[in-house]
Write a new protein. Structure first.
Lengths: 120, 525
């Protein structure tokens, strides 16, 4: 058997899955159009083509979401450390402290001083 | 189920061996970048610019000293549990990155007598052309964040050249790219073009990163390791069963890296991003990203993929030929000096690939010499583009450069020299660099190497026509419009002088640097 056949099958499966899932929802899914469905997905904000008076548009929600990502990544890296911290010794503790200092204090100090924590 | 929850006993964890002296330059650059973020947070607004510039320059000088001072034998080897390789090529290229990064930072710091760095918007978050933006400009706000961003990027580039496994290579790739995406979007003038460029660069960069990661995954499946030397060993021992994973993996890894290099057909971002980004950033990006990406590419193909090169080399030969041809031909039709230099940069990526594909130790030195020569000229060229203004905006359209030789003879003379170097005229660095990159291809590249060199010489002739066209435009065409120079430009002048001196020096006495590059061309495995 040609060794590339499994890869070809994988590729076909990938394309097949994409086509199948889009195709099935097109065929089987109910199509009841309304105004809200035609709008851009904006997480609860009324979408407008342009910011009022052509000025800034509020990015508070996005800021909060991005800050969440920072905390999220921190938590992610803390899990493996928390599982094995008692065996990892002082060096790893210092490494994690340094990581938190960088990603938590430095990043958040910047956000705080630039007013990123103020909602209005 | 209980077996899954048992923790490994103490002692099974192995401390990574870290040679702090060997990685000191990277630590210094990253630490300065983090400090720079704190400066942004706590320093009073008026002091930020001088502190940031001082900090960045100091950091680069200290990092350079930390790189050069230690004895080569004491630092050479893999470190941080084998994830970083400190050896001749990585030390040479790190040194070049630090030196050219410093020059690039000087251009970025240029104020032309204004309040903040002239090339960058006073407030990136303001809508282009809005009242808030002009209020920010009047209040003298400045985006001094560009300095920590540039340092982060530079640190990532240094790590990219020494990354010894695919995962650190990926992390370094992201660390060097993300700040560049932001820097691209911060131009003071033509904000919309700049933001468009940043978005394009980001989307295409993320796309190519995905290719790189997928390729790394396949290669890991093939070799059972992400260490580049281990991949080389596994490929040399070639087990057979997992062979089909190798070629797709290599192809995807190379797509990721060739994208950063700007090789055809992955070059489509280059002209848009080079045009939209602030000119100092374009210079920094063109020179330093290229150095870092070719550094990583050299290590990957010379250490990891050399034994399998017969399978993938033909593909890259075609890419190199296409890169030279497309870059050279499309540069003919350009009317914007930044786009012209972008296509020229694409062509140069092709010339460097010719050297890289020779697979000989002399090629490593040749490629590294080419990177220095091209980088030094490019930063200076974009610093010049940054200075030529009409009504306060950059005069990037070629028609605006008409008659520059009569009005500003020094600027035109410097640009002429740099363009001649890009064309590869003897007695400039461009000529020696092309010889250094093409000779190994002729000697060791076989038939395809000779063919590539022939294409390279023809492509050089085409690009030479383009450069001469610009030179003729500057000297033999009547000036039109009101094109002037942004003044006072002390920092730019210093940067341009460094670039011009290096361009001449590497053309007239290339010996010392060629020797140094040749001596530093051995990879650790």
């Amino acid at each position: 058997m040609n060794p590339y056949i499994p890869l070809g099958i994988l590729l076909a499966l990938g394309f097949g899955f994409a086509l199948l899932s889009v195709g099935t929802s097109l065929v089987v899914g109910p199509a009841r159009a309304n105004v809200a469905k035609a709008q851009a997905y904006e997480c609860g904000i009324q979408p407008t083509p342009q910011a009022p008076e052509g000025g800034r548009f509020p990015v508070k929600y996005y800021l909060t979401a991005m800050l969440f990502v920072i905390f999220d990544i921190e938590a992610l890296f803390l899990y493996p450390f928390a599982v094995a911290f008692d065996q990892l010794g002082l060096f790893t503790l210092m490494a994690v402290v340094l990581f938190l200092l960088n990603s938590f204090f430095v990043a958040d100090a910047y956000v705080w001083r630039r007013g990123g924590f103020e909602w209005d | 189920m209980t077996a899954l929850l048992t923790l490994p006993a103490a002692g099974e964890f192995e401390m990574a061996d870290i040679n702090y002296v060997a990685i000191a330059p990277m630590i210094v650059v990253f630490a300065a970048a983090v400090l720079g973020v704190l400066v942004e947070a706590f320093a009073p607004r008026r002091l930020r610019y001088p502190i940031q510039v001082g900090l960045a320059v100091l950091a680069l000088v200290i990092a350079f000293a930390a790189l050069v001072l230690p004895d080569a034998d004491s630092v050479t080897g893999t470190t941080v549990a084998g994830t970083l390789a400190v050896d001749g090529p990585s030390r040479f290229l790190s040194g070049v990155l630090l030196a050219l990064g410093l020059v690039g930072l000087l251009v970025m710091a240029e104020r032309f007598g204004g309040e903040g760095p002239d090339a960058f918007t006073p407030m990136g978050a303001a809508t282009p052309g809005s009242a808030i933006e002009s209020a920010a400009a009047r209040a003298g706000l400045a985006t001094t964040e560009v300095f920590p961003l540039a340092l982060f990027s530079l640190g990532g580039m240094m790590m990219f050249t020494s990354a010894n496994d695919l995962l650190s290579m990926f992390v370094a790739l992201e660390v060097l790219s993300l700040p560049l995406y932001i820097l691209t979007g911060l131009a003071r003038r033509r904000r919309l073009l700049s933001q468009e460029a940043a978005l394009k660069y980001f989307l295409l960069g993320a796309f190519s990163s995905a290719f790189f990661l997928f390729g790394a995954g396949l290669i890991y499946g093939y070799a059972g390791s992400i260490r580049i030397p281990a991949i080389g060993e596994a490929a040399a021992a070639s087990s057979g069963d997992l062979e089909p994973l190798l070629l797709p993996g290599v192809a995807m890894l190379l797509v990721g890296l060739l994208f950063k290099v700007g090789a055809v057909p992955f070059h489509s971002w280059t002209p848009d991003v080079y045009q939209g980004a602030p000119s100092p950033v374009t210079g920094f990006m063109a020179a330093c990203t290229k150095i870092a990406a070719f550094g990583a590419l050299l290590r990957l193909v010379y250490v990891g993929l050399e034994s399998t090169r017969w399978e993938w080399r033909p593909g890259v030969v075609v890419i190199a030929a296409l890169t030279m041809i497309v870059g050279a031909v499309l540069s003919v039709t350009q009317t914007d000096i930044k786009r012209l230099l972008a296509y020229s940069s694409v062509a140069h990526a092709g010339f460097i690939l010719v050297g890289l594909l020779a697979f000989d130790i002399t090629a490593v030195g040749g490629v590294m010499f080419y990177l220095v020569a091209y980088g030094a000229s490019t930063i200076a060229a974009f610093a010049l583009v940054n200075m030529v203004r009409e009504n306060g905006a950059e005069a990037t359209h070629l028609s605006q450069w008409a008659g520059l030789g009569r009005r500003h003879p020094w600027v035109a003379a410097a640009m002429t020299l740099l363009l001649l170097a890009f064309a590869g005229i003897p007695l400039t660095s461009g000529f020696t660099a092309k010889v250094a990159a093409f000779m190994p291809a002729v000697a060791h590249g076989g038939l395809s190497g000779v063919l590539l060199v022939v294409i390279g010489v023809l492509a050089s002739a085409v690009t030479a026509f383009v450069y001469v066209k610009v030179i003729v435009l500057m000297y033999f065409t009547a000036p039109s419009g009101d094109v002037g120079l942004a003044q006072p430009a002390l920092l730019s002048v210093v940067a341009i002088a460094v670039g011009v001196v290096l361009t001449v020096l590497l053309g007239v006495v290339p010996g010392p640097l060629l020797d140094l590059a040749a001596q530093s061309s051995t990879f650790v495995r």
